[in-house]
Design a protein around this ligand. Sequence first.
Ligand SMILES: O=C1O[C@H](COP(=O)(O)O)[C@@H](O)[C@H](O)[C@H]1O
Length: 250
Amino acid sequence: MAETNKAVVEVFEGEDLAVSLAKYVADLSNKFTSERGAFTVCLSGGSMIDNLRKLPEYLDSIEWSKWQVFWLDERVVPKTHEDSNYKLALDGFLCKVPIPPGNVYAINDTLSAEEAADDYERRIRELVDKNLITLSPSSGFPKFDLMLLGMGPDGHVASLFPGHPLVQENKRWVTFIKDSPKPPPERITFTFPVINASAYAALVVTGKKEADAIHSALGKSENPVKLPVALVSPEGELKWFLDKDAASKL
Ligand SMILES: O=C1O[C@H](COP(=O)(O)O)[C@@H](O)[C@H](O)[C@H]1O
């Protein structure tokens, strides 16, 4: 296990990554549900959901009714569409655990990308007013308990892509993209100030195709390029869960 500034980097073999990630999430769930009676968790799409496969083994020890589930990013497609991050999470994780449906905040899939981003931000503001989500005292952005982030081979996180102006967005909580380099083109996404206001963030990265971006973010590069993944810097703790392939160039 290695430590950077505020970050812990751990490299796993085989099933150990999924086992360790499940324990990490379960421990944080117990901490937040006992401390404040709620646990606000933000999911990514992609390989993250498969990496959560061991979490349902905590069926009886997690207070699932206290979970409040959000998405770091979502594709602007119907909830039943193969590209929907909601559908991926529902089929791969949410259908296996008893989180009340009213605590699962999917985007409104009847709206345009602009409208869906506005609507998601408005709903989060309502939950701030109800004290279900707190605000970061230092930045004023919503402070979720846990962000579960994946990373694409190009170093994108959520729907914040390298070189795209959205990476710099510093006013909105939720914004939209209509020219995503990875299909589908229309998405909504949390902005970096929201990601970085979080109390805990896990960056879960697996696979050989991700090794260059991981090297760029965590290795000793002579010409460091700041990929979006390298901008993840939560107020709280950041933990990297890497498999051997993703870490192979470190
Ligand atoms: O498009 C997306 O990609 C990233 C990374 O996905 P992965 O399959 O390479 O793990 C994901 O984190 C994001 O939520 C998703 O919309």
